[in-house]
Design a protein. Sequence first.
Length: 206
Amino acid sequence: MWGWTADHDLDSGNAQNIAVGRGALIESSSASNGGGGTWLVGTAFEHNTLYQYNFHNAKDVYAGMQQSETPYWQGPGLSGGDVLDPSPWAPAIITPYGDPDYSNCAGGDAQCRMAWFEYIDSSTNLFLYASGFWTFFNGGSTSNCDNNAACQTNAIDINNGSSIYMYGVNTKSNLNMVTGDNGLLVTMNNNPGGWGGVVAAMLAEE
């Protein structure tokens, strides 16, 4: 499944500023699924404003071969400060859906207030294999993202999670690959790969 928001023209140019709030909200658990787990194989969610994948109160989920990109119009180079995440949405109104509020970012930090690739909250027994999370543009331009430059601050966040098993995490141009309750966990600079950051395995057993 490819959940793609058309924030750029497939034929030519990237001038559109099309905003869709959310990618995939996953709240499935074995209890809600007749005692079995949930399997997501070969999914992609791209160019959504707040997040691409949100595991909220989820349990017993396998996700393999995930692929995402942030919106091309986000990041430094935007005109005006009123479009920094979570704008134009107000997460406080819809907290049952587990939206990120970006309180971890300074108010005007456009590089931090970009869409999460994977936002994990109050979830357990997640098995996440082979993910590719890419940042190509800042404000519609590639100039800040060339040569593996860190043009997005954060990629994956884990809050109140336990038994989170991640294998084959790949990012491009993301400074912090994984953050969590205890702060920064994994950086691109400490885990260099062929196209940004690569982590073979990360196990969060809290």
